[in-house]
Ligand binder design. Structure first.
Ligand code: ADP
Ligand code: ADP
Length: 224
């Protein structure tokens, strides 16, 4: 079963009197364990594509399946449930909860999914260790460096072992050395856990280290 499968996905936005067709038939499949970079200029539709794949927005046309579940006919509650169970997201800015420690930010999704506190704490420490930031487990986001915050955000996004991780410019806010460092930690973690990920990035060097690169041309997905 593919981790993510998009077929003929179309999406347009209202623009004045007319319509702006952003996605015009996107076909894209991520196999389990595959790391795919999405490299395209600003305005090409990367965020739109990621939001549709994340089940945050609906396609006008076409089909989206996550971990083998076809989502077209699903209602909002079922979409939300599938998103919580199967999708992890990382953004350019971290979206961590400011009043919670790094550890609590990572355990929160596990606890919401029903995990016991001891089990969640130990799994979160293991993830933070793999990302080389466990020594900061007791600190709040405001006390962490930019690179450390993104590591914690990655740990939180993968805490419930999502079928697919979607990342929108995850290192876009970091200086090049820190970006590379965080990206290395991410790839190492993804490889060791068999994570599937679609990562939008402007950084070609980082994109080259993924399994495959795709782009958006005239609203369609092409392999680079
Ligand atoms: P990218 O992430 O590649 O920069 P986006 O998906 O953010 O591209 O945007 C693609 C195009 O769609 C842009 O022209 C943008 O202005 C437009 N767009 C994105 N979201 C909306 C929206 N909610 N309403 C109207 N237009 C939008
Ligand atoms: P930041 O650099 O924002 O403090 P990182 O998570 O990137 O956060 O850094 C974690 C650790 O890795 C720190 O000890 C930092 O000194 C080190 N580090 C960061 N960038 C590099 C780099 N390019 N090469 C070697 N070590 C680095």
């Amino acid at each position: 079963t593919a981790a993510l499968h998009l077929a003929g996905v179309e999406r347009s936005y209202r623009e004045g009197e007319g319509k702006l067709a952003v996605l015009r038939g996107v076909d894209l499949t991520l196999e389990p364990g595959e790391l795919v970079a999405l490299v395209a200029p600003s305005g090409a539709g990367k965020s739109t594509l990621l939001h549709i794949a994340a089940l945050l927005e609906r396609a006008d046309k076409g089909s989206v399946s996550v971990a083998g579940v076809e989502t077209t006919g699903l209602g909002d509650a079922a979409l939300t449930e599938l998103r919580r169970a199967s999708i992890g997201m990382i953004y350019q800015f971290h979206h961590l909860l400011p009043d919670f420690t790094a550890l609590e930010n990572v355990t929160l999704p596990m606890r919401l999914a029903g995990a016991d506190k001891k089990v969640a704490d130990s799994a979160a420490h293991a993830l933070l260790s793999e990302l080389d930031v466990d020594r900061r487990a007791g600190h709040r986001p405001g006390e962490l460096s930019g690179g450390e915050r993104q590591r914690v955000a990655i740990a939180r996004a993968v805490a419930n072992r999502p079928a697919v991780l979607l990342a929108d410019e995850p290192t876009g806010n970091l200086d090049p050395g820190t970006a590379e460092h965080v990206f290395n930690a991410f790839v190492r973690l993804a490889r060791s856990t068999g994570l599937s990920a679609l990562v939008a990035t402007h950084n070609h060097e980082l994109a080259d280290r993924m399994d495959r690169r795709v782009t958006l041309v005239d609203g369609r997905c092409e392999t680079l």
